[in-house]
Design a protein around this ligand. Sequence first.
Ligand SMILES: Nc1ncnc2c1ncn2[C@@H]1O[C@H](COP(=O)(O)OP(=O)(O)OP(=O)(O)O)[C@@H](O)[C@H]1O
Ligand SMILES: O=C(O)c1ccc[n+]([C@@H]2O[C@H](COP(=O)([O-])O)[C@@H](O)[C@H]2O)c1
Length: 238
Amino acid sequence: MSASGFPVTAEHDLAWIEAPHPNDNLRRRIGIMGGTFDPIHHGHLVAASEVQHRFGLDEVIFVPTGEPPYKQEREVSPAEYRYLMTVIATASNARFSVSRVDIDRAGLTYTIDTLRDLREIYPDDEFFFITGADVLPQILGWKDAPGLWDLAHFVGVSRPGHTIASNGLPENRVTVIEVPAMAISSTDVREREKIGVPIWYLVPDGVVQYIRKYGLYSPSRIPRVSQPARAARQRAGR
Ligand SMILES: Nc1ncnc2c1ncn2[C@@H]1O[C@H](COP(=O)(O)OP(=O)(O)OP(=O)(O)O)[C@@H](O)[C@H]1O
Ligand SMILES: O=C(O)c1ccc[n+]([C@@H]2O[C@H](COP(=O)([O-])O)[C@@H](O)[C@H]2O)c1
């Protein structure tokens, strides 16, 4: 049982996972992990890996947000940096990939659009949208929320400091699971980098090096090479 009393036991999950799907031989199971990823950290990676294993997913697609609607009051790093950090962090896992659908779409990022865009690319596959315990209760307030349940099954994962609860969400479209606890947040990584506290082992080594290379999160650090955000703007003629 979770703190909220919602069952998160292996039996609960397995009953659902083992139910045979009529098109099991044809449909791939694809996890979708949306996030701002500013920066991506081991909490994201462990959650995705655990859901991949538990649900037998063929692939997990990480989808960095364009403009996150609930983070408009804070400064978010340019999408191109967040995208490239996500590519670096996921490169070594054969089942992980990264999509640009959200960063290439203008305007605020809504999951309904993410799922519709991915559905065009993967018309026959089964989608599992992965969210942390902090985000799960917000889903009912998301854009076109009733339309989301037809597009994906939602998997809520436990996160230290947050009670996991799926109250009010459709039971047959949402599964809640415990994943190994990683008390890491992007906010904490940014704060640590800003004041010079180590971020090694909270994020993959390549991401630490990328953050240092471009001077992300540290106002005093001067970037050593030209910036990918500027290069992308130039390519797009903006
Ligand atoms: N440590 C973690 N354990 C489990 N899930 C996580 C963890 N960190 C983030 N998530 C989930 O990953 C998704 C993307 O999160 P996001 O990129 O906003 O990271 P964050 O650490 O929450 O960022 P920030 O601190 O900037 O708000 C969300 O669904 C979030 O709940
Ligand atoms: O669709 C919405 O209305 C909506 C509102 C806020 C967040 N989301 C999605 O939730 C995921 C996590 O977002 P965030 O801001 O916590 O990094 C990401 O995929 C967002 O696109 C979606």
